[in-house]
Design a protein around this ligand. Structure first.
Ligand code: GLN
Length: 482
């Protein structure tokens, strides 16, 4: 009988491969079959290359048979968001402008995954260039939430989240600029992590907003998440913003030192509007934490109200500059209609970019333009610093800050498409960690009245990944124990 790998944790699948009970080829074949069956409906994958995946798997099987187990996850498949360069595979960023682009090199995270024996099973759908919160802004069509197919999976890494939640892969990487790993993690009932900026190399990640972009993992639980983080983290001299730190084993001692944790609850977050189910689920966890001897204190983040505006000014400013490179000259779509060079630029970008990307380029160019730079962009940079200072002060009083990941559970497909502001609001709790350069995790903590998952966010100090992951592990245990 074939094992049901879809419901298993990545480390358990790996253990079965390493003990010889199964092989990486068998496991990879199993997930490829699930993708064939489920992807036409869910649309989580843009590209899946059977031969590419199986060739890697058989190579790893040979190594394992020769007695070499190169990492605790060797042999297990992983999916990658389609803005991560993967040599020989398409890397489209969910955009028409890169629809025919094949990467010519591997991003650092991809080299690290391959070195650790993980199998790249495919490239996942995403909001175009990472801009969105619902995965409806993709040239390759919307992704459906596997837990309720009339709902969005969240965005922009919605393809990666849906792929794991539907059991098409045990693990996936996404990218988080303003919440794009944590928010889809929350909508799809998964653990999703945003590392400290600079902990995971951005070399080979297509830029959206460079001072925020971070690659982060999705998994079914915190232990798997920590194992994969241990593989992708670490200094990379090819990324000038990479932190000079050696990688750690983040999965070790997850259950240590939890009683003494002080958890801060930002009062500004709980004053505002969040769905009843979200509030109730969070409050339930707070009760459990209080019972398990953790100290819960109220804290204040006075500038929280500016976060969304500040994020959208800076991110769009950076995006407008980063996306200037798609002009039809080098590696992207080129309009065939043009007579002059200027026309070619104009037509290429008009045809190649979708409406959300155009909106952001316009906004970003506006806030950087001579007359408005000081009024918007410079002030936003100053406000970013003030927000970061709020967090530094808060972390003098507590070890972790707890909040919902998003104010709602997964909303309906199409529901927010005509209202960008409403769409942006689903990031209200996630944009602050990137503004303050700190790490944050989303972990499932309950569900609403139709059974859709609620996510809880923990934010920690700069490079405080170990504390965050231990805290999230602790919460996972408290919830599992009822
Ligand atoms: N939803 C946010 C945005 O649209 C965050 C995106 C992201 O993290 N890539 O900008």
């Amino acid at each position: 009988m074939q094992l049901e790998f879809a419901d298993m944790k990545a480390r358990d699948i790996a253990a079965k491969i390493h003990s010889g009970e199964t092989t990486s080829v068998e496991v990879t074949g199993y997930f490829l079959e699930r993708i064939e069956k489920l992807n036409p409906e869910i649309n989580a994958f843009i590209k899946c290359d059977r031969d590419y995946a199986l060739k890697q798997a058989s190579g790893i099987d040979k190594q394992i048979q020769a007695g070499e187990i190169i990492s605790p996850l060797a042999g297990v498949p992983i999916a990658l968001k389609d803005n991560i360069m993967t040599e020989g595979l398409s890397t489209t960023c969910g955009s028409k402008i890169l629809a025919n682009h094949t990467a010519v090199y591997d991003a650092t995270v991809v080299s690290k995954l391959k070195k650790s024996g993980l199998i790249i099973i495919g490239k996942t759908n995403m909001d175009e260039f990472g801009m969105g919160s619902s995965n409806e802004y993709s040239h390759f069509g919307a992704v459906k939430n596997p837990l309720g197919t009339s709902r969005v999976p969240g965005g922009s890494s919605g393809g990666s989240a849906a792929a794991v939640a539907s059991g098409m892969t045990p693990l996936a990487l996404g990218t988080d600029t303003g919440g794009s790993v944590r928010q889809p993690g929350s909508f799809c009932g998964l653990a999703g992590f945003r590392p400290t900026y600079g902990l995971v190399s951005r070399y080979g990640l297509v830029a959206f907003a460079s001072s925020f972009d971070q690659i982060g993992p999705f998994a079914k639980d915190i232990t798997d998440l920590s194992l994969i983080l241990s593989i992708i983290a670490g200094h990379d001299k090819r990324d000038s913003t990479s932190i000079d730190q050696t990688a750690q084993d983040y999965a070790q001692d997850l259950d240590q030192g939890l009683d003494s944790l002080k958890i801060g609850i930002p009062k500004e977050y709980f004053d505002g509007g969040m769905d009843k189910a979200v509030r109730q689920s969070i409050e339930m966890v707070l009760e459990k934490l209080a019972k398990s001897k953790n100290e819960i204190i109220e804290i204040s983040l006075p500038s929280a109200g500016y976060s969304l505006a500040v994020y959208y000014i800076i991110a769009n400013a950076e995006a407008s500059s980063n996306l200037a490179r798609y002009d039809g000259v080098l590696y992207c779509h080129r309009s065939s209609e043009s007579e002059t060079l200027m026309d070619m630029y104009l037509n290429t970008r008009t045809e190649g970019f979708g409406p959300e990307v155009k909106r952001r380029i316009l906004l970003g160019t506006y806030v950087l333009s001579a007359g408005y730079y000081d009024a918007y962009y410079r002030r936003a940079l100053q406000a970013r610093k003030t927000i970061a200072n709020d967090f530094s002060r808060a972390f003098e009083q507590c070890d972790l800050i707890l909040s919902p990941t998003s104010p709602s559970t997964a909303f309906g497909l199409g529901e927010r498409l005509d209202d960008p502001l409403q769409m942006y609001l689903s990031d209200i709790y996630t944009v602050t960690a990137p503004l303050a350069n700190i790490p944050a995790v989303s972990v499932p903590c309950g569900s609403d009245d139709v059974g859709l998952p609620v996510g809880l966010q923990l934010m920690g100090r700069y490079l405080g990944e170990k504390t965050i992951l231990s805290g999230a592990y602790h919460i996972e245990r408290l919830i599992a124990n009822g």
